[in-house]
Design a binder for this molecule. Structure first.
Ligand code: SER
Length: 326
């Protein structure tokens, strides 16, 4: 059985990805790592180690000792948080990736590394953004993902490293919170709605961005990683598309289930980031090469989010929703 190491395991994607990896590979074959030692409590089923992904010697020791075959290298600083400290963000995002790619070369590891719609930027076609447009990212996060994609491709071409990557849109999930991105509003809004509170959105009402419901994102990741080696011809990173919507459209969809819900808009610095990102994504290459296809649309995702957040609150004894559909 393959042994799998995950860095940044306590982040929004890591927690959900590990839940999907356990039934495939077995909890005993999964080693979750995160810089935060307190994250151990989130991983009662799998092995856990507190690891700084910039500690090359320690990672080397772990890969060796645990006989790791695959690495999901998720540790990174996201777009909005990254702007607060650009040089540290570059250091974390790039240094850790190069360490993982070097380990992959040395130990013949298979690697998954997340890229992002943040690689796009000024000058990029914003509707149906193609796989390889010209792009000038306007966040340090975007620059690090753009450079990282080139490094992945370089290691694949020069050293035959089997590295695979997806440019995630904004990820929406009910069980794990997002970690300082520009698309976080699309998660925050649900929590306010279910708590019967109004929501103040940090993006303007007509800001259309590509998003994806977490079950689709996790499935895309596993499908890409399980695809036949020969099918994976794109070694920078794949465009994948889920749902594109504006805050106003999401608000109207939530309001169908919670008619009292109200929203107001107060755009902040994240608006400038969103303004340079695509509105929708052309993912035809991923569809052709490894058969990608999303399952969730806006209404299905919204209902599923509301139901599950409400269920969680019910379990905690704090739900006061009276809506029968939920
Ligand atoms: N959700 C991410 C962000 O906002 C995009 O990759 O930074």
């Amino acid at each position: 059985m393959q042994k799998i190491l995950i860095t940044g395991a306590a982040g929004q994607l890591g927690i959900e990805l590990i839940n999907a990896l356990i039934p495939v590979y077995g909890a005993e074959n999964i080693l979750a790592t995160d810089i935060n030692p307190d994250a151990a409590s989130k991983f009662s089923d799998t092995n856990f180690l507190s690891v700084n992904a910039m500690d090359a010697d320690y990672l080397d020791k772990i890969v060796n000792e645990y006989k790791i075959d695959q690495v999901y290298h998720l540790a990174a600083i996201l777009s909005a948080n990254g702007e607060q400290n650009p040089l540290a963000t570059w250091e974390v995002n790039m240094k850790s990736l190069l360490i993982v790619l070097e380990l992959a070369r040395k130990y013949k590891l298979k690697v998954f590394w997340p890229s992002s719609i943040a690689v796009f930027g000024r000058g990029t076609q914003r509707q149906n953004t193609p796989q390889n447009p010209g792009t000038i990212p306007n966040t340090v996060y975007g620059i690090s993902k753009q450079a990282g994609e080139q490094w992945c491709n370089y290691y694949a071409e020069k050293f035959n490293v089997d590295v695979r990557s997806i440019r995630y849109p904004g990820l929406i999930s009910y069980s794990s919170p997002p970690g300082g991105g520009t698309t976080d509003y699309a998660v925050d809004i649900f929590h306010k709605a279910v708590c019967n509170q109004n929501y103040e959105c940090f993006l303007s009402e007509e800001t259309r961005l590509p998003m994806m419901y977490m079950p689709d994102a996790v499935r895309a990741t596993l499908e890409l990683m399980q695809s036949d080696f020969k099918k994976i011809k794109t070694r920078t990173s794949y465009n994948i598309s889920g749902i594109s919507f504006t805050p106003a459209e999401l608000f109207r969809e939530i309001k169908k289930h919670l008619p009292e819900f109200q929203i107001s808009y107060r755009p902040d610095f994240r608006q400038n980031i969103a303004n340079t990102w695509p509105e929708s994504i052309d993912d035809s290459i991923a569809r052709i090469e490894w058969g990608w296809k999303p399952k969730y649309d806006l209404s299905k995702m919204t209902l599923n989010m509301l139901k599950n957040i409400n269920k969680k609150r019910n379990r905690q004894g704090s739900s006061n929703l009276l809506i029968s559909i939920l």
